[in-house]
Design a protein around this ligand. Sequence first.
Ligand SMILES: O=C(O)[C@@H](CO)OP(=O)(O)O
Length: 250
Amino acid sequence: MPNEPYTLILLRHGNSEWNQKNLFTGWVDVDLSEQGVGEATRAGELLAASGTLPDVLYTSRLTRAIRTAELALAEAGRSWIDVKRSWRLNERHYGALQGKDKAQTLAEYGPEQFQTWRRSFDVPPPPIDDADPYSQVGDPRYADLGDDVPRTECLKDVIERMLPYWESDIQPDLALGKTVLVTAHGNSLRALVKHLDGISDDDIAELNIPTGIPLVYKLDESFVPVGPAEYLDPEAAAAGAAAVAAQGKK
Ligand SMILES: O=C(O)[C@@H](CO)OP(=O)(O)O
């Protein structure tokens, strides 16, 4: 291979106030919890210690991802890098479940329906009402979407809105040899990992992304991984992923 492989770092935001309260979040703009602030800072330490220093940052338009990136980059001495934000990296819109308690939802609807809403590939939760306090309709942050602001999404919908951005914006920066950091969300990153690793529609249900631990991909010139992606703290990543899988059962 003539050139060095491209480096892509995926980072799920640190634990949020609603992760802590065990509420479905989606596009609701909640901040990091104190634990999340610590995780974001630690992510920056891991980047610095491994010498994986980003040249450009991509984030969603949600505070928890933006702050995670700011804290991690400050810790790694890279606050100065260029930043690009897109709603296409936002969390999966959780429809009418936004703001609902996960444990209560599990108790009310049962494990099968609960798992279908959380992890099925193509079954979205019921749509959120435009008048719901947790709807994003009318939010100036999404003025460019007009009436196309999502009312609910399944993982398939997330892949369909995220992949065009991956191709139009992120891939060209990688092709320039830049180390790219993407700070995003559990389900928008599951969508990207599914694409990169060629995971089937069924198997993706089992994949959970832990909060605040950088996942590093090396990609060839066709943006295909040259080996398995690596978490910079594999033990913490395994524990974190198991905790995400168990949400609701508390
Ligand atoms: O509530 C959410 O938006 C997501 C991520 O926190 O939850 P889940 O892991 O249940 O998809």
